[in-house]
Design a protein around this ligand. Sequence first.
Ligand SMILES: CC(=O)N[C@@H]([C@@H](O)[C@H](O)[C@H](O)CO)[C@@H](O)CC(=O)C(=O)O
Length: 330
Amino acid sequence: MKRITSNFDTMSTLQTGPVSPTEMASRLPVQLTGLVAATFTPLTSEGELDLSVIGPYVDYLAERQGVRNIFVNGTTGEGMSLSVEERKRTAEEWCLRARGKMDNVIVHVGCLSIKDSKDLAHHAETAGADGIGVISPSFFKPKTADALRSYLKEVASAAPTLPFYYYHIPALTGSNLLASDVCKGLEALVPTFSGVKFSGTDLMDFGQCVRHSQAHQSLLYGVDEQLLAALAFGANGAVGSLYNYLGSHFNKLLMAFAQGDLVGARALQFSVQDLLAFASKYGFDVAVNKQLMSDLSGLSLGPPRLPLVPCRPETAAAVAQKYRQIFPEA
Ligand SMILES: CC(=O)N[C@@H]([C@@H](O)[C@H](O)[C@H](O)CO)[C@@H](O)CC(=O)C(=O)O
């Protein structure tokens, strides 16, 4: 694992007084780029954590999908449905098993209670994570960008050596704050601010995040079926669930885009959209997605946790069949 905390360690020992945001930025680690798989959390059929699957899962991503970064305990990982203790155990196992195999393990630490978020942020640091991500609280929602920035500042302060990513996912948090507003001036409050995980469809907002970002920050897009559009706007990478089983396909898309082959990149993106258009007829959600990943990878990921209900086996089988038809080489 490429530990990217060392610059922060150096930073804290060298620091003798207040450091300007510009100086801080020059000490930050290099950008996170490429694909980041948002991992599922393996559960037993009784709904308990099944940590034994995490080692083989890491190998599958690295060897079969060419994916070298993971985002754990996020939406796909049902982080908000796990207890704090379960989130700690899961994060520890991912960090342990990813060592030497993944470049970055980013741990999502957002909770409804700021105390729990801070506890998880601190824990991620001690567990050896390479970064943390935080969503907006979603029950009492921050009414202003200022309020959310204050919240993010406090959570980030519990992991002062880890790169911090603001995780924008408005459809699930119900927050109507623009990510570009939230990020305005965030580096002055959060010295570790390293970018945004943008799981929204408002490409103007995304464009504004890119436009006002700093060179060391990563703009990671999270709506996999329209990644190509975000690349055109300047995304540095992508975090999403589909990279679990379409990582090698999306790596081709990234390559085609980098080489200026827009026709090729578009064809690769359209085939993903074809799969999603088919799957959405079945109500494609984390439950269906998790079962699909189990079927395609052979990893036993178990059921989702309530309130998500298990996907009917016929549904996952139909989507898996479509996947094999569209991606015969995968
Ligand atoms: C709402 C949702 O689950 N979005 C996914 C996407 O990867 C999504 O599954 C994909 O674009 C298919 O719609 C990610 O943005 C979520 C994510 O990165 C995470 O698990 O934290």
